[in-house]
Design a protein around this ligand. Structure first.
Ligand code: ASP
Length: 440
């Protein structure tokens, strides 16, 4: 029998009704042996996540404002009591709530406080499913400097989980060598799911959320974009970097290394197949010739031309050393025989633009030196798309026909995307034109 690790996000576990859906999903497939819950998230009428309430409660306790801390903890209590009562399981959550409340007041540590959202949800879910409860403080090991100790975690967690054939492991936290609780960054239950999937050698990591997978582009720009049915880790990385977000970025690495696929699914629409993230996809498996389109605003291009640039030893290094002197990093570096462009995030250049331009002029003596701000970058991602005959033609014809002026092109050496820079005001028009040209 294979093993599936199923992680459920905060909105999937926000109310008793959502818990029932989750239990239904787990019981529908007996391979779903390890379950990773987040803390109760938002739901209609419930505008604050339990994690946020816990952080606020801890802050109030730290300030010595016990009344405020008690009020906030009362809201946390209400969330859990209503879940337990709604489920009608007679699980005694109250003693656990009292321990947590007292501990936050006695020693207001942010990581401990925040982690209790997942911990308490884990206790309720384990009881509901009849699964063992495994505290990740026993198996997920951080180094004292706060970084995850991957090797120690893999060893300790796999040994621990061997003793528990079916278990609920709360997301978001582990422990430091001195025993203190340590959390991942926000949204980190995704990482726990990936770590558990790796530790048990799962055949699949399911990430259940409130959307039916990744969309091919931003639904605020294109009406009802299609869902991506399959995407490679690499393509996902490109799309996430350009602004598409569903999964915590760090959740990819643990499973990617083991080649474990991730399926993103919707707790409210379990009949939808969602998106499958795999080590490799064949360009031929896809219904459309591209995988997705994502973009971001807020870039500047510094463009330089100089005769014989290609023959000038150290030219690129000299240009980049000027950026380095100003503590500025670049995002892309498209170049031709005698041209070089630097694509930089606007925020990096604040207060430094003039000085950088002057130094480039003085030290590099370019024939042309131009700076364009208010640029948006758009990545059209699809494995093998650069080599596919006609892909660039389709892209640039679509932009030309939509009246969009392309300020920069970067096909880079990556074979999976073409990045164009357009004026920010053309951003939405450009995304719609590319989508229409490739997807319809
Ligand atoms: N509950 C945590 C947060 O709100 C972690 C998570 O949900 O993944 O960030």
């Amino acid at each position: 029998m294979g093993v599936i690790v199923a992680k459920f996000g905060g909105s999937s576990l926000a109310t008793a009704g959502q818990f029932e859906k989750v239990a239904g999903i787990i019981q529908a497939d007996e391979e779903r042996r390890y379950v990773i819950p987040s803390a109760p998230g938002k739901a209609p009428g419930l505008t604050r996540k339990v994690t946020d309430l816990l952080y606020d409660c801890q802050q109030a306790a730290l300030r010595g404002d016990v009344r405020q801390a008690d009020e906030l903890f009362a809201q946390v209590e209400e969330r859990y009591l209503s879940i337990v009562q709604g489920l009608g399981t007679h699980f005694a959550i109250e003693p656990h709530l009292h321990v947590v409340h007292a501990a936050i007041l006695a020693d207001p540590e942010p990581d401990y406080a925040a982690s209790r959202g997942e911990y308490l949800n884990g206790l309720i879910l384990a009881n509901l499913l009849g699964y063992d409860f495994v505290d990740p403080a026993e198996g997920i090991v951080f180094q004292q400097d706060g970084h995850l100790d991957e090797e120690a975690t893999q060893k300790k967690l796999s040994e621990l989980l061997q003793k528990h054939p079916r278990a609920v492991v709360p997301g978001f936290y582990g422990a430091l060598p001195d025993g203190h609780i340590k959390t991942f960054s926000r949204g980190g239950s995704d990482i726990t799911g990936a770590i558990v999937a790796r530790a048990v050698g799962a055949e699949l990591y399911e990430n259940w959320t409130d959307v039916s997978g990744f969309l091919m582009t931003d639904p605020r720009i294109v009406d009802n974009p299609r869902t991506i049915s399959m995407i490679s880790y690499k393509e996902l990385r490109e799309l996430s970097y350009m602004g598409a977000s569903v999964l915590h970025e760090d959740s990819i690495f643990p499973v990617r290394r083991r080649g474990i696929p991730i399926r993103v699914r919707n707790t409210n629409r379990p009949q939808d197949p969602g998106t499958l993230i795999v080590p490799h996809t064949d360009a031929d498996d896809r219904q459309t010739s591209i995988t997705g389109i994502a973009g971001r605003k807020g870039f500047t291009v510094i463009h330089m031309e100089k005769e014989q640039m290609n023959g000038t030893v150290g030219f690129g290094r000299h240009v980049l050393s000027i950026l380095e002197r100003h503590g500025v990093s670049f995002e892309h570096l498209p170049s031709g025989i005698d041209t070089l462009s630097l694509v930089i995030q606007d925020c990096q250049l604040e207060g430094k633009r003039d000085a950088i331009l002057q130094e480039l002029q003085k030290e590099i003596h370019p024939d042309v030196l131009e700076m364009h701000s208010n640029l948006a970058l758009i990545a059209t991602v699809g494995r093998g798309m650069i080599r596919r005959v006609g892909a660039s033609a389709t892209l640039f014809t679509a932009l030309a026909e939509a009246g969009v002026n392309v300020r920069m092109i970067d096909q880079g050496s990556s074979e999976i995307n073409i990045i164009v820079g357009v004026e920010e005001e053309d951003f939405e028009t450009a995304v719609r034109a590319i989508y229409a040209a490739f997807v319809g």
